[in-house]
Design a protein around this ligand. Sequence first.
Ligand SMILES: NC(=O)c1ccc[n+]([C@@H]2O[C@H](COP(=O)([O-])OP(=O)(O)OC[C@H]3O[C@@H](n4cnc5c(N)ncnc54)[C@H](OP(=O)(O)O)[C@@H]3O)[C@@H](O)[C@H]2O)c1
Length: 257
Amino acid sequence: MAARTLDGKVAVIAGGGKNLGALVARQFVEAGARGIALHYNSDASRAETERTAAALKAMGADATLFQGDLSVVANNAALFDQAKAHFGQVDIAVNTVGVVIKKPIADVSEADFDRSSDANAKAAFFFLQQAGRTLADGGSIVTIVSSLLAAYTPYYAVYPGSKAAVEHYTRAASKEFGDRGISVNAIGPGPMDTPFFYGQETPEAVQYHSTAAALSGWSKKGLTDIEDIAPIVRFLVTDGWWITGQTIFANGGYTTR
Ligand SMILES: NC(=O)c1ccc[n+]([C@@H]2O[C@H](COP(=O)([O-])OP(=O)(O)OC[C@H]3O[C@@H](n4cnc5c(N)ncnc54)[C@H](OP(=O)(O)O)[C@@H]3O)[C@@H](O)[C@H]2O)c1
């Protein structure tokens, strides 16, 4: 089995400007990546994405910015085309895009369902498709799903429901892209200490989540941290590339199956 490193590699990171995506970007550059194409979605994410790009450049890498709603199929092609035109090649693709909705099934609107399905499932599929078309042989793809895929819980129907599709897309893509040496995996973090998590949780629910994992007592807030997940992404695209077609739950023992 040949060794794989990030030396001189180029990565496209969807949602790469902030939170988990930004830490993945920094760790890729620390490990030797020469170029990162940072995608961001809303205008509100632009300033933070610009700061991340500046930090990557200060570390010696090159970084580009691309804004777009990735549930629009053409935006995935444009994201990868721009990265390939700028850097000459793309080796790695990481998708951290997600939208969370926590509601009783009775209260889920058609708009809620479509928003969840578009950002979590449709965007992930067409990001994978475009990564498959663009990546150099011997590359890797990682998508972030959720530990809720292994939970038995109310109110989280549409969010993990739409992330569940990504598990299958991951398996199918790993099989189809395998003859080109491309590994494809999904990571399911536990409740993670970013603004994404707190938006829909009551204080009581936060209290529950922060004690629910087997290892909660060993974590700062009892939750998953982005620092727990980014090294796993880095591992999957380097030494861990032999792992493919899998969903890895990284959650301190919050859910398991
Ligand atoms: N935090 C948690 O508790 C937790 C737990 C398990 C799994 N996850 C997953 O981890 C990933 C990263 O989450 P995070 O905590 O680091 O929060 P985050 O930074 O808010 O990540 C979500 C990203 O998705 C982007 N996005 C939303 N809709 C989009 C669309 N239609 N097209 C393109 N981009 C879109 C957001 O951009 P804008 O903000 O600009 O819209 C944001 O950059 C997500 O996939 C999430 O589902 C999070």
